[in-house]
Design a binder for this molecule. Structure first.
Ligand code: FAD
Length: 660
């Protein structure tokens, strides 16, 4: 049975991290060269960790299933990254970022980790600027900021709508430097399919070469998983199609606890689903809510009219009406549920009725007038104001408007965008302690792959912050303490446990190849996604969750009876990769539903219909559920066991979370 200890340092909240850093054991520089660390993943979390650990002198081996670290899903991040710099002088501070994040997560995150995250946020920006990340700047040269949901200050640093791409290029150049110097050995097209655990301690991984099909053993003194989130369990999501849960799921099957799998985030501003055979959904960044106003018609009978024909007094700017103090910048979970309520009332727009408007008309007018004033234009015409306003909006969000146009063939400068909530992020993940180490010694988990600092709901622009905090600023300390404090047995790639793990990976591949069914793996993924969205999605209840578990079990049986994988296992085979990942999604989907069923409360993105306030908001149960639920694998077909990692609140006593 796993023993979970969060290992939170003693002392006052605001001093814990400083005190921890002064008290931990250090590895002498000459000894660092003797330790080997495996990093799986090279998104923001993995690249930053690999580069930093190699700079410190450790031998690092980095594995990615992509053909280049630059293809990691982090590259898709659009809106920005938070940091408590207070450049805007609008009242921000480390404490306020800490408070907003904890409250935003509906008091279901570990307070000490969240405080550390807010503290190191300021260092991240300095590090990235030094690397040359081209953050947007104000006229005077200072870095610019914009607002994101759940905050009343502007603390989001951005590079137009390509913040993730620019940050990843920064981390990638740091990684490339260390690859060039021999500090990091990079393995591309290499998928980790198992974890090697010897005498209860992590000692390596098993990898399949996606081009040749070769299965190899790799050993190390510590393994870091930075393999991203599991949102594609819903099939349709804003994730890159290749994002998957296999690394963390296989580690779970080797004994690592999986925490809060039911904490999933539905993002309110995505392009609505358009058909059954769509493979992915597209995010319209939350940054658009800085200037876009969200509305639906007041009257159902207006829903099919063109938006321009609906008079101003017949529009319901429902977020501004219901949440006057945060308005269109209400957090994601709150905004998504509000959109669903509007559509459930029959006031949704677009062909399916599953859409709301995101309208820039007012922002275009406002910016147009501002620019005209700044340029001393006397009595500018309406057309001139429109032209100047559209140019100002394009400067801020142009690439997002282009994406919207590419997908819908509509010009969002002239007519409002249609948006609807979609699966976007996972707050759950492998359980880690304060050191970011799982319950298996030597296995560390960073970025979206861990159960993270976001509790039951992540605030916008905080994932990039967390991934880079973990990689650049936390793991370099905590892994050193682990290596210096333990006498670790020698690394042995040919240990019987490693050989057995490689054999079981090979058998798994053969099982998929030999099923020789008639149904492509994607069909099972679509079935799974449908169940997840309908019964484990934005609103959940006990009956639906029970049905979901039974339906997922049926999907699993059908999958193993009838999955069709063509091609060979000794060659590049995308069908095989896909089927193997979907098999893991099916298992994970069941655990997610089980976790949602056990959590008899509503918090953040986890909305149980049985537990809501009179006005349809989440109703937490702090007496019974103020803990992270950590699930432990008990073997095929057996129910997982369950541990509580109790949450204690030293600074901020959980209160009713309100954005009104
Ligand atoms: C469209 C979109 C926009 C977003 N915008 C923002 C934003 O503006 N601000 C913000 O803060 N957050 C944003 N997010 C969230 C944020 O982008 C992610 O949470 C974050 O980038 C995840 O980084 P990561 O390093 O943890 O994982 P990833 O970037 O997903 O990297 C995972 C890495 O692991 C590797 N990998 C995975 N499995 C294996 C395996 N089995 N074997 C070998 N390698 C493996 C992959 O090759 C990859 O290198 C956005 C998310 C989406 C979907």
């Amino acid at each position: 049975m796993a023993q979970l200890s969060s290992n939170i340092p003693s002392g006052p909240l605001a001093d814990k991290w400083r005190k921890y850093k002064t008290e931990i054991k250090l590895v002498n520089p000459a000894n660092k060269r003797k330790y080997k660390v495996i990093v799986v993943g090279a998104g923001l979390a993995g690249s930053s960790a690999s580069a930093t650990l190699a700079e410190l002198g450790y031998q690092v081996e980095t594995f990615v299933f992509h053909d280049s670290p630059r293809r990691a899903h982090s590259i898709a991040a659009q809106g920005g990254i938070n940091a408590a710099k207070n450049y805007q002088n609008d009242g921000d501070s480390v404490h306020r970022l800490f408070y907003d994040t904890l409250k935003g997560g509906d008091y279901r995150a570990r307070e000490s980790n969240v405080h550390r995250l807010a503290e190191v946020s300021v260092n991240i920006i300095d590090q990235c600027v030094a690397q040359g990340v081209p953050f947007a700047r104000e006229y005077g040269g200072l870095l610019a900021n914009r607002s994101f949901g759940g905050a009343q200050v502007s603390r989001t640093f951005y590079a137009r709508g390509q913040t993730g791409q620019q940050l990843l290029l920064g981390a990638y150049s740091a990684l490339s430097k260390m690859v060039g110097q021999g500090g990091v050995k990079l393995h591309v097209n290499s998928e980790m399919l198992d974890l090697v655990v010897i005498d209860g301690v992590t000692k390596g991984i098993i990898v399949r070469d996606l081009v040749s099909g070769a299965i190899t053993r790799h050993s190390a003194d510590a393994v870091i998983l930075a393999t991203g989130g599991y949102g594609n369990v819903f099939n349709l999501s804003t994730y890159a199609r290749g994002s998957n849960a296999t690394a963390i799921w296989r580690a779970y099957k080797r004994g690592a606890c999986f925490a809060n799998p039911c904490y999933t985030q539905i993002h309110p501003t995505c392009i609505p689903v358009s058909g059954d055979y769509q493979s992915k959904l597209t995010l319209m960044s939350e940054s658009l809510r800085n200037d876009g106003r969200i509305w639906v018609p007041k009257k159902k009978e207006d829903c099919k009219k063109p938006p321009a024909d609906i008079a101003e007094e017949d529009r319901d700017y429902y977020l501004e009406r219901i949440y006057p103090s945060f308005g269109n910048l209400a957090p994601r979970d709150v905004s998504s549920r509000a959109a669903k309520r509007m559509c459930d009332e029959g006031r949704g727009v677009g062909e399916t009725g599953l859409g709301v408007y995101l309208d820039f008309a007012e922002a275009i007018q406002r910016y147009g007038k501002q620019v005209a004033n700044r340029n001393h234009l006397q009595n500018p015409s309406k057309e001139k104001i429109l032209e100047l306003g559209e140019a100002a909006v394009a400067e801020r969000y142009g690439n997002l408007f282009d994406i919207y146009h590419e997908i819908t063939n509509e010009n969002a400068y002239k007519t409002p965008m249609r948006i609807f909530p979609a699966m976007h992020y996972t707050m759950g993940g492998l359980w880690v302690d304060y050191n970011l180490m799982s319950n298996i010694p030597g296995l560390f988990v960073l970025g979206e792959a861990n159960f993270s600092d976001h509790g039951a709901n992540r605030l916008g622009a905080s994932a990039l912050m967390q991934g880079l905090a973990d990689g650049y600023f936390v793991i370099p300390y905590t892994i050193g303490d682990y290596l210096a404090s333990n006498s670790l047995p020698a690394v042995k790639p040919d240990a019987p446990e490693a050989v057995a793990a490689a054999k079981s990976v090979d058998e798994g591949v053969q099982k998929l190849m030999s099923t020789k069914g008639t149904t492509p793996a994607d069909d099972f993924h679509r079935r799974l996604g449908h169940v997840m969205w309908e019964k484990v999605g934005m609103a959940r209840n006990a009956k639906g969750l029970g049905e979901a578990i039974a339906e997922i079990q049926t999907i699993r049986k059908d999958f193993w009876k009838d999955v069709k994988v063509v091609g060979s296992a000794k060659d590049l085979n995308a069908e095989l990769e896909n089927a193997s990942r979907i098999a893991d999604f099916i298992d994970l989907g069941e655990l997610l539903a089980r976790d949602a069923l056990h959590r008899e409360e509503s918090c953040g993105g986890h909305f149980r219909e049985e537990h809501q306030t009179e006005d349809g908001e989440t109703l937490r149960d702090d007496d019974n559920f103020a803990y992270a639920a950590a699930w432990q694998y008990n073997g095929e077909g057996a129910e997982p066991s369950f541990h509580k990692d109790e949450l204690t609140f030293e600074y901020d006593i959980p209160s009713r979370r309100s954005y009104k």
